[in-house]
Design a protein. Structure first.
Length: 497
């Protein structure tokens, strides 16, 4: 119920205070019992330690003499971090309570200086852009390999990295390993290229905390000579939301340098439940990781097999990988990228039908695909429900009315790389003004503008808005593609004055 509380809030509608809209929404979601194919990996607590689950409020403590401090650990947190490093095979590891987001920013602060050039793939997460703004490093953007069949972007070709390093002499290469969709580039080939050019390799491995624990998963970056790797424990393993890790190679980054960066980024009141969930996730993986991941892979393979048998449905698989050195070298099979163009459905629409009609919640719906994240928390019953839903949706005459997004427009997004005029940091902190989007051609943009799909920014702070980019963005907006920007309708945009 919405109340108008009178003169003090005359122009504001205030929700009735007896209600708790967010809490109610969460309770409703939980009570609907959706089959969970989204993060976090514990899937509603299924894979969490029972005592931990029951006592989550009791262990919401603070930095006490008994409990240690995250910023300068010397007791149980220090011990837990040593065990993490040992389990993942890193020389040093740090617990993060603000997700891989904090890890990416700290990684930038610890390794990059104002003016340093760094090669980055254009489908990088926004925390990488935050790292650039905070450090003043200068990106050399690289287009990832585009997959027209599934309507998504993969990684970088090693040859392309080699050529760009030769041209730019950049100090670092910052890659995704893997992408949101589980695909990886040829990490060892890129590492060899980095070594040849004396560049350090930074890895946003948000979706890879499980790679080290099973030989059938792609190679683990933290065991492959990367200088630093971030991983979101919460996305895939038994960590509470925001639980993440940062691993470093002590030969390339000094422990104190990374601690100094983390001390500026992480809260002084870390959630002990989050940190305990990391400790427990480490115990679970170190003691039973291979068996657990073996079961998870077997479940994912069953799901893949049964979904792929449905006419019109295709699964992105390892068989689609392109070979040595290529931007799509291997795949994490636990990520189910379900291609649905063959049943005439749009990904966003399919996601909503799966939720409303079938009680199945995917992670996301893209142009021609739905992404399901299957983890150690999923069960055979979840997979049965997912498969039954797709069988039904694939039937002729099911509810397929969809606003189809135009996949060709998403592909266009990759062809355009606007000119970088000033570093993102300078654009972000410059005097800015908000102007009509139609009047912004030729101006330097002061914000990130990203259409979803494909989730790849078309404009980054410091880039000049040109006619091609402006018309594509307008076409995407007209096609009802959601756009992340200060004005999602794109009537206006923030530019440097
Ligand atoms: C590739 C990538 N990097 C970093 C992040 C940030 O991770 P977190 O949500 O743990 O902060 C995400 C989150 O979706 C991501 O997909």
């Amino acid at each position: 119920m919405i109340n108008n509380l009178g003169p003090a809030s005359a122009r504001r509608l205030v929700p009735a205070h007896a209600e708790a809209p967010l809490f109610d929404c969460l309770r409703d979601f939980v009570e609907r019992g959706q089959a969970p194919f989204f993060s976090p990996g514990h899937k509603g607590g299924r894979s969490l330690d029972p005592w931990f689950r029951e006592n989550i409020a009791a262990i919401d403590l603070n930095n006490l003499p008994d409990t240690d401090t995250l910023h300068c650990p010397s007791g149980p947190i220090a011990e837990a971090e040593q065990l993490i490093a040992d389990a993942w095979g890193a020389s040093e590891s740090f617990m993060l309570v603000q997700g891989s987001t904090a890890g990416n920013i700290a990684m930038a602060l610890a390794t990059l200086k104002p003016g340093d050039k760094v090669l980055i793939q254009r489908n990088a997460h926004k925390s990488v852009i935050s790292g650039l703004i905070q450090t003043g490093a200068v990106p050399v953007w690289m287009q990832p390999h585009w997959d027209p069949d599934f309507g998504l972007a993969h990684g970088l070709d090693a040859l392309q990295v080699d050529k760009t390093l030769t041209e730019t002499r950049a100090k670092a290469v910052w890659i995704l390993h893997p992408t949101y969709y589980g695909s990886v580039s040829d990490l060892l080939a890129i590492k060899a290229v980095c070594d040849k050019h004396d560049a350090i390799l930074l890895v946003d491995g948000a979706h890879s905390p499980h790679f080290a624990f099973h030989p059938d998963l792609p190679i683990a970056a933290e065991r492959s000579g990367a200088a630093a790797v971030v991983q979101s424990v919460h996305k895939i393993l038994s960590g509470l939301s925001q639980a993440a890790l940062l691993h470093i190679d002590g030969k390339r980054i000094e422990t104190g340098t990374m601690r100094r960066a983390l001390q500026l980024i992480q809260t002084t009141s870390p959630h002990f439940g989050i940190m305990a969930s990391i400790d427990l996730a480490r115990r679970q993986m170190a003691t039973e990781g291979e068996a657990i991941m073996g079961r998870t892979l077997a479940l994912a393979r069953r799901a893949r097999h049964e979904l792929a048998a449905i006419p019109g449905i295709r699964l992105l698989g390892r068989e689609h990988a392109l070979g040595a050195g290529r931007g799509f070298f291997d795949l994490d099979e636990t990520k189910l990228v379900i291609g649905i163009s063959g049943i005439g459905m749009d990904g966003r629409h399919a996601q909503s039908v799966l939720n409303r009609v079938y009680g199945v919640q995917p992670e996301l719906g893209g142009t021609d695909h739905v992404l399901c994240i299957l983890t150690l928390g999923n069960t055979d019953e979840d997979v049965d429900r997912l498969v039954a839903a797709f069988k039904d949706m694939a039937q002729e005459g099911s509810d397929r009315r969809a606003v189809r997004t135009d996949g060709r427009l998403a592909v266009e997004a990759l062809r355009l790389l606007p000119e970088l005029v000033i570093p993102p940091r300078d654009a972000f902190f410059a005097e800015e003004e908000t102007v009509a989007f139609d009047d912004a051609i030729g101006r330097i943009v002061a914000e990130v503008v990203t259409p979803y799909p494909p989730g790849i920014p078309l404009l980054m702070p410091g880039e000049r808005i040109n006619t091609d980019v402006a018309s594509l963005l307008k076409a995407l907006a007209r096609a009802d593609t959601p756009i992340s920007a200060s004005d999602p309708q794109l009537d206006t945009v923030k530019v440097v004055k």
